[in-house]
Design a protein around this ligand. Structure first.
Ligand SMILES: *[C@@H]1O[C@H](CO)[C@@H](O)[C@H](O)[C@H]1NC(C)=O
Ligand SMILES: *[C@@H]1O[C@H](CO)[C@@H](O)[C@H](O)[C@H]1NC(C)=O
Length: 214
């Protein structure tokens, strides 16, 4: 009995290592983004063609003239239906000089960060609270294990760009600052004040700065 449980647990751990999104059960399953059925992934379209397997949304840099000097564009299943069930996606990050991709996590994927141009400081923090960081430049890459908080910062006075590769068709992104200070409905001030050991006026100041501008 105990041996069976151990064997089952080992198998579960093994599965965890070899797969991110579930395996495909057919050659292709082009996402029908309009389907009403709620499944893990999207139902397959009945008719599709080569345009469903093509995406050029990452070809050009995005605009980085914002507070953080950073913009991300994603090639995930929501924009690129041919990715449905394939367990992978990409994103492109563009950085103004000294721009920052703020601390965030991807709940459903590990990420390989590949530098197209520029030089970036990258780093992640483990659940044991250890910070791993490195400066990487064009052609180099750094891997961020699934779910861990990480960031990328342009170290230089010129623009930078990265490609992020994910082992999920829809990795999900939770930005730490906006999750805590710009959620709707709002996280109570006293919770944030106590968590960050600041006063509620400071919480309100941060909330005002991070509130969506529209
Ligand atoms: C492919 O399908 C799309 C609709 O999903 C259609 O707009 C497009 O014209 C089709 N392309 C070809 C080459 O058949
Ligand atoms: C960023 O630049 C673009 C193009 O120059 C402009 O249309 C847009 O309004 C600017 N956005 C901000 C937030 O300044």
């Amino acid at each position: 009995m105990a041996a069976t449980i151990v064997a089952l647990m080992s198998f579960a751990v093994f599965l965890g290592f070899v797969s991110a999104d579930p395996d495909m059960l057919q050659d292709v399953c082009v996402a029908d983004l309009t389907a009403k059925a709620n499944v893990n992934g999207f139902p397959c379209k009945e008719t599709f063609n080569e345009t469903d397997f093509f995406f050029d949304g990452l070809a050009k840099p995005g605009p980085t003239n914002n507070t953080f000097g950073f913009v991300v564009n994603t090639a995930n299943v929501e924009k690129f239906p041919g990715l449905n069930t394939l367990g992978l996606s990409l994103s492109r990050g563009d950085y103004a000089p000294y721009g920052l991709n703020r601390p965030h996590s991807h709940p459903r994927a590990s990420e390989l960060v590949f530098v197209l141009y520029g030089e970036l400081e990258v780093g992640f923090i483990t659940t044991g609270n250890v910070f791993f960081t490195k400066t990487i430049k064009a052609g180099e890459m750094f891997v961020i294990p699934r779910g861990l908080i990480h960031f990328q910062k342009n170290k230089g006075p010129t623009p930078a760009a990265t490609i992020g590769a994910f082992n999920s068709q829809l990795a999900g992104t939770q930005s730490i600052a906006t999750a805590l200070f710009a959620a709707k409905p709002t996280v109570p001030d006293d919770v944030l004040a106590k968590a960050f050991q600041i006063d509620t006026q400071q919480v309100e100041m941060i909330k005002a700065k991070l509130a969506p501008k529209n």
